[in-house]
Design a protein around this ligand. Sequence first.
Ligand code: HEC
Length: 250
Amino acid sequence: MKKMTLVLFLVMIVPCHADNAVPHLPKQNWSFNSAFGTFKRNELQRGFQVYKEVCSACHSLKRIRFRDLKSLGFKESEIKTIAAGYEVKDGPNAEGEMFQRKALPSDAIPSPYPNDNAARATNNGALPPDLSLIVKAREGGADYVHALMNGYIDPPAGIVIEGGRHYNQYFPGGQISMAKPLTDGQVTYADGTPATVEQMSRDVSTFLAWAAEPETEQRKQMGVKVMAYLLFMTVIFYFTMRRIWRDVKK
Ligand code: HEC
């Protein structure tokens, strides 16, 4: 019986070890991961800057409206200025024509391409996915996005890279149609933080984790309030019960 269990155990674990094409994702220490964890406002703002100045050239972020950026610690006036830096299509006007106007805080962040075909045509046939939910859509979440940004290495001997592809050790299959998007010093952070690839990857992954679940902090805060309330009521009920029984016992 013992032998059978051992054999079964080996059968279960051996295939996992044989399949080591994609290395394990390095686990990062995220401030937002624990039960009471929160996002750091400066990390979120830097991450948004990386998205805006680098990733948004190819990736949309359709589920985020400019006014949502309030959670990143931006003031109303700052959000208006950020929005006004973008143009959106609106209409039709009284003449029945569509027109371009400056974006408002109530608008969603505009996509870089008018449609998926246009996106594919400029990216060698590959579609840069919308990043709104990417942290939820990929196993490993923020760890995966972070690893992907740092995972560009020379291909192992014998691997032929197809045209327009790049070798990334964390991308399933290894060949990705996205060129290494980050290089040291690519953005200039307002708070003076050195913009290394590692730093920008951390910040943009944090920002995308927020984007995938902007309500996560409120949810956690609500959880804390509910727990505090329940604790308080437990204490009240305990003393009430003692009081009642004291009279009964007498
Ligand atoms: C020049 C265009 C371009 C830029 C800039 C760019 N990407 Fe991409 N990205 C792509 C394309 C194209 C794909 C699809 C790759 C594929 O399917 O092979 C992609 C795919 C991805 C994926 C999904 C990988 C997967 O598992 O399917 C993530 C995550 C990603 N990009 C994050 C980013 C981040 C974060 C930035 C900014 C730091 C960024 N990208 C900048 C073009 C770009």
